[in-house]
Design a protein around this ligand. Structure first.
Ligand SMILES: Cc1ncc(COP(=O)(O)O)c(C=O)c1O
Length: 529
C-alpha cells in the first residue's frame, strides 16, 4: 500500500510527463469552438475528449437561454440558497422532477452534492460499502463519514457476489447498509450491475443504494434520466446523483430523492447547501433550455443518433480487433493497453493524426490498466469515427512494438498476434467517400425538421446551410427558411419532402462520380431493391 506522499509523487510524475508532451494541462487555442473540433498548439483536431455527448453545448436554444437569463437576472445572483434562490430554480427543479421521476435538488456541482447528501443520508451507526471504482468525488465525500464513525468497506469492482457476502456479514450489526457506486463508470465505461442490484434491494431491506450517474444522465433513459433510474425505477431506498455539466450541456449537479422529506432535509442541513454558492443565472438559463429538450420528443431522436455512432465505433473496433475495456453501450470507449508509457505513445500518435483523445492512467484507473479514453458525441460525423479507428489501428501496434515484450505482456498481446489482428489504416482511409455515403444510409440516421426557423439573411450567413451556389432557394410565404438536420451529421435548408431517417432509403451504391469543375461533382447512385 502506497503512502499519501508516494501517491502524490506518482500522480505528479504521470501528469508532468503527459503535460510536457502536450497531452495534459492544455488550454485550447483562442478560436471559436464548434463542438466537433478543438485547436491545440496551433492545429485543429477532432475532439474525442468532450463529455457533451448530445452536442447540446452549441445549440441555439441553450445559448438563447443564457442570453435571456442574463438579460433578466444579471450575471450573478450572489446569495446562498439557504437565504434565497434565483427565480429560475423553481421551474428548473420542477422540470428535473419530471425528468428523473423523483424529488430533485440542484447543487453547484455534483461533488458538492455528495458532500451535502452523504452525511445527511448516512448515520454514524450505518455501514457503507464502496465499489472500488466509484468516482473519486464520492470517495472524497466518504471521508466525512469515516470521521463521524460510520463503518466503511470496499469491494472489488462490480463484484456483486462479494457485495452480497458483505451484506450478510454487516446485516446483524447495522440498521442501514449503503452501497455507493457509479451508474456508468467514467473511465472503463461499464454499467453498475443494475439487474443484480434490483434483486438485492428486494432481498435485503437494510440495503440502500447511492448511485452517481453523472455520465449516464441525458443520453440514456426516458427524458434522459440515465441508466440507473431507467433500470431500477425510483425506489424508496435509492438516491441518484446526476451532473448537468456533461451531456446536459449546462452546469451544476442534481440529487434525486425518493421522497420530498429526504430532499428537504438535505436542502436545509447539507453543508454546501448552506456555505456554498449557487449555480449562476446564465447557466440556469442554459439548464432550463436543456431540460425542455430532455422533456420533448427530440430527445429520443438524439439518443438514437448517439447510439448509432457508438455502434459504428464498436463495429469498426471489432473489425480491426481493437480491444475495448467493456462493450456496454455508452459513449465512452476505453482501449486498455496496460502501461502508461504505451498509452502516452498512442495518444501522442493520435494527436499527430489529428485526433484529441484522453489518456487514462493512475489514479483514475488502477496502476496497470492505463488506456486510451475516447468520448463520442453528436458532433462527430461517421467519417470522423472511421478515421479515428484507422488511426488507432495503426498507432496501437506501433506503440506496442516500441514498448517491447513487457508492453505487449501488460496489454495481454503476444508477439505473434501483436500486429496481425490490427489491420493498417489505409484500407479504412480508402473507404472514404462512396463507402461513407453508403454507411450513412445503412446507419439509419434520423432526419428531423427543426422548430428553428431562420430569416433569409441569417440563413445565407450560416456556412453550408444553403447548398445551391447559383440558384436561390425557393421563396417561402413568410420569407423564412426552415431547417432539416440529419442529427449531428448535416444541417440544410429544407427543400421540401424528405425521409424520416436515412434508413428509409434502400441501400445505395455510388455508380460514378463525375468531376464538374472546382466546386461541383455529379454523383450517380444506384438503389438496391
Ligand atoms: C462520475 C462523476 N461524478 C462526479 C463528478 C464531478 O462532477 P462535478 O464537476 O460536477 O463536481 C465527475 C466529473 O467528471 C464524474 O465523472
Amino acid at each position: 500500500m502506497r503512502t499519501v506522499e508516494e501517491r502524490l509523487a506518482l500522480l505528479d510524475e504521470v501528469v508532468s510527463e503527459a503535460a510536457s508532451r502536450g497531452l495534459a494541462m492544455q488550454t485550447a487555442d483562442d478560436a471559436p469552438l464548434d463542438g466537433r473540433t478543438i485547436s491545440l498548439a496551433g492545429r485543429e483536431r477532432i475532439n474525442f475528449g468532450s463529455c457533451s455527448y448530445l452536442g447540446l453545448e452549441m445549440d441555439a436554444r441553450l445559448r438563447e437561454g443564457v442570453y435571456e437569463a442574463t438579460a433578466r437576472y444579471g450575471t450573478q445572483f450572489s446569495s446562498s440558497r439557504a437565504y434565497v434562490s434565483a427565480p429560475p430554480y423553481v421551474e428548473l427543479e420542477a422540470h428535473l422532477d419530471r425528468m428523473f421521476g423523483g424529488h430533485a435538488l440542484m447543487l453547484p456541482t455534483t461533488s458538492l452534492g455528495h458532500l451535502a447528501a452523504l452525511p445527511v443520508l448516512v448515520g454514524s451507526r450505518d455501514a457503507v460499502i464502496l465499489d472500488q471504482q466509484v468516482h473519486a468525488s464520492v470517495q472524497v465525500a466518504v471521508g466525512q463519514l469515516r470521521l463521524q464513525g460510520t463503518t466503511v468497506e470496499m469491494i472489488r469492482h462490480n463484484r456483486i457476489d462479494r457485495l452480497e457476502r458483505m451484506l450478510g456479514r454487516l446485516a446483524s450489526k447495522h440498521r442501514r447498509i449503503w452501497y455507493l457506486a457509479d451508474g456508468v463508470y467514467s473511465m472503463f465505461a461499464d454499467f453498475a450491475p443494475f439487474a443484480e442490484l434490483r434483486e438485492l434491494l428486494g432481498s435485503y431491506e437494510q440495503l440502500h443504494l447511492y448511485i452517481d450517474d453523472s455520465h449516464g444522465v441525458g443520453w440514456a433513459g426516458t427524458h434522459g434520466r440515465g441508466p440507473a433510474l431507467e433500470a431500477l425505477g425510483m425506489h424508496e431506498r435509492l438516491v441518484v446523483a446526476a451532473s448537468l455539466n456533461k451531456s446536459f450541456a449546462a452546469a451544476g449537479g442534481a440529487l434525486v430523492f425518493p421522497d420530498a422529506e429526504l430532499r428537504r432535509r438535505v436542502r436545509t442541513t447539507g453543508g454546501p447547501m448552506i456555505f456554498s454558492g449557487p449555480v449562476q443565472p446564465p447557466m440556469l438559463g442554459a439548464a432550463l433550455a436543456s431540460a425542455r429538450i430532455h422533456l420533448s420528443d427530440e430527445l429520443p431522436v438524439r439518443q438514437q443518433a448517439l447510439r448509432e455512432r457508438i455502434a459504428l465505433f464498436d463495429e469498426l473496433a471489432e473489425e480491426f480487433c481493437i480491444p475495448l475495456a467493456t462493450h456496454d453501450v455508452t459513449p465512452i470507449r476505453y482501449v486498455p493497453l496496460g502501461l502508461p508509457r504505451v498509452v502516452l505513445d498512442v495518444v501522442e500518435g493520435l494527436l499527430e493524426d489529428g485526433f484529441y483523445t484522453n489518456y487514462g492512467a493512475f489514479p483514475a484507473v488502477p496502476m496497470k490498466h492505463a488506456g486510451v479514453r475516447m468520448t463520442l458525441t453528436l458532433h462527430h460525423r461517421p467519417d470522423d469515427i472511421r478515421a479515428l479507428v484507422a488511426s488507432l489501428a495503426r498507432r496501437v501496434p506501433e506503440a506496442l512494438d516500441r514498448g517491447g515484450d513487457s508492453a505487449r505482456r501488460k496489454a495481454g498481446v503476444t508477439r505473434q498476434n501483436a500486429r496481425r489482428p490490427l489491420r493498417g489504416g489505409t484500407e479504412l482511409d480508402g473507404e472514404r467517400g462512396p463507402a461513407a455515403i453508403a454507411l450513412t444510409v445503412r446507419g439509419d440516421y434520423a432526419v428531423v425538421q427543426l422548430d428553428e426557423v431562420l430569416g433569409d439573411r441569417e440563413a445565407q450567413a450560416e456556412a453550408g446551410l444553403i447548398r445551391s451556389r447559383s440558384v436561390a432557394p425557393p421563396p417561402t410565404p413568410d420569407g423564412k427558411v426552415r431547417i432539416v438536420e440529419i442529427v449531428g451529421l448535416d444541417r440544410q435548408a429544407c427543400g421540401g419532402t424528405h425521409l424520416a431517417s436515412t434508413g428509409g432509403s434502400p441501400p445505395i451504391r455510388i455508380l460514378k462520380i463525375d468531376n464538374k469543375g472546382r466546386h461541383n461533382r455529379r454523383v450517380r447512385i444506384g438503389l438496391s431493391k
